[in-house]
Ligand binder design. Structure first.
Ligand SMILES: Cc1cc2nc3c(=O)[nH]c(=O)nc-3n(C[C@H](O)[C@H](O)[C@H](O)COP(=O)(O)O)c2cc1C
Length: 194
């Protein structure tokens, strides 16, 4: 799969088959994250790989799903993620900031996952203090993001967004629609306003 088609195909997945995600797949995703760009090459990010049932069950209730969908969009018990990668910023490497690094690293994770047939959802709404407690994250590390992973049990579709209407939504069959702004609405040639 070439990079551009992976970028086009990737969608956030919130329904998963209950198939184990291997250690080697997780290691490959974290290796892809490790190689992402980093300002001054400081590389402040570290990763916790979780794919055992007990720890997955501890992480799941700490996450919030798709707040734009009325009533939330929490996966049913038999559709929960089979693995997680928790991205932490090690403050001993970088006292403040690191969000741009997280962005670049997480996108590498999402695309590396896709290449292995693994769906993903980048989750930033979570209970950070409880997660730190459950995963023994030391106080000098700040958990920034949780990447939920698993073999996809849904195939969301993209559609052109109507101006200023970006909310994703599920139809009566449960199909997730993800509006994306049209190229003509975001591409400015030569100057922002000509
Ligand atoms: C920084 C960031 C934080 C996000 N946090 C959450 C989250 O807490 N829960 C969730 O269900 N989705 C979360 N998402 C996923 C977005 O809802 C999703 O990317 C968006 O709806 C567009 O869909 P797409 O990823 O399929 O293109 C997050 C995405 C980003 C980039």
């Amino acid at each position: 799969m070439n990079v551009y088609s992976a970028i086009q195909r990737r969608r956030s997945i919130r329904r998963f088959k209950q198939q184990k995600i291997s250690d080697s797949s997780l290691v490959k995703m974290i290796d892809a994250a490790r190689l992402a760009p980093s300002a001054s090459n400081i590389q402040p990010l570290e990763y916790i790989a979780v794919n055992d049932k007990k720890t997955c069950a501890e992480v799941f209730p700490l996450l919030k799903w798709a707040r734009l969908i009325e009533g939330g969009d929490t996966p049913e018990e038999d559709k929960r993620p089979a693995a997680y990668i928790v991205v932490v910023i090690n403050r001993n490497f970088l006292a403040k900031g690191g969000r741009h690094e997280v962005g670049a690293a997480v996108q590498n994770i999402l695309l590396a996952a896709l290449e292995d047939g693994i769906g993903s959802c980048w989750v930033r709404s979570f209970n950070a203090s409880k997660l730190s407690e459950k995963l023994n994250i030391p106080e000098y590390c700040k958990p920034d993001s949780v990447i939920a992973l698993g073999v996809p049990a849904e195939s969301p579709v993209t559609e052109p967004a109507k101006k200023h209407k970006m909310e994703y939504w599920r139809d009566e069959r449960g199909l997730l629609h993800v509006p994306k702004r049209k190229l003509g609405d975001i591409l400015h040639r030569k100057k922002y306003i000509n």
